[in-house]
Ligand binder design. Structure first.
Ligand SMILES: CC[C@H](C(=O)O)C(=O)SCCNC(=O)CCNC(=O)[C@H](O)C(C)(C)COP(=O)(O)OP(=O)(O)OC[C@H]1O[C@@H](n2cnc3c(N)ncnc32)[C@H](O)[C@@H]1OP(=O)(O)O
Ligand code: CO
Length: 134
């Protein structure tokens, strides 16, 4: 069911500083910040030869990553995103296994304009999983 690793997300306390570090210190190809108000974050994507890094910073008052940054003020690995062919079939299969699908269970459009869903980290070895239909 899960396919390619689409991205690894890192929550950061200072988005501009983290983007500059990836661009200048690590010599990576860094995109422009994208506000995603529907998800409560601003994101910056870093293109790598085999996947992407997604830098995340809270946007708005009730960002879903605010609690994570309070617990991890220097930032930290936040989630991995796997690609799936059919996000509804994946969701229904996962729910049938007892996995918790976050939110109302309906996919939202993510940063790449594709449907995404999230699975509770406590159900997957402490790792927050995002699924993106490609
Ligand atoms: C523009 C979209 C973009 C894209 O790629 O397309 C994105 O990726 S948007 C990314 C931001 N959106 C989300 O993360 C949505 C899903 N996340 C959530 O709903 C919450 O973050 C949630 C429920 C995973 C955690 O929320 P919160 O921290 O407020 O809740 P708790 O304090 O109750 O946490 C419960 C428990 O889980 C641990 N936790 C929290 N976040 C993570 C994490 N990223 N990885 C691993 N574990 C996490 C937290 O420490 C609690 O553990 P406990 O032992 O009970 O203290
Ligand atoms: Co993501």
């Amino acid at each position: 069911m899960i396919g390619r690793l689409n991205h690894v997300a890192i929550a950061v306390p200072d988005l501009d500083a983290a983007a500059a570090q990836y661009r200048d210190t690590l010599g990576a190809q860094v995109g422009a910040p994208q506000d995603e108000p529907d998800h409560g974050v601003t994101v910056v994507f870093i293109e790598l030869p085999n996947t992407k890094i997604e830098l995340l910073h809270p946007l708005g008052v009730d960002s879903p990553i605010a609690g994570f940054l309070e617990k991890n003020p220097a930032g930290g690995m936040h989630h991995v995103c796997y690609e799936v062919d059919d996000i509804i079939a994946a969701r229904d299969h996962l729910k049938s296994t007892g996995a918790r699908v976050l939110g109302d269970g309906e996919p939202k459009i993510g940063a790449h304009g594709k449907p995404v869903l999230f699975l509770h980290p406590k159900d997957f070895n402490g790792c927050l999983i995002e699924l993106e239909q490609v």
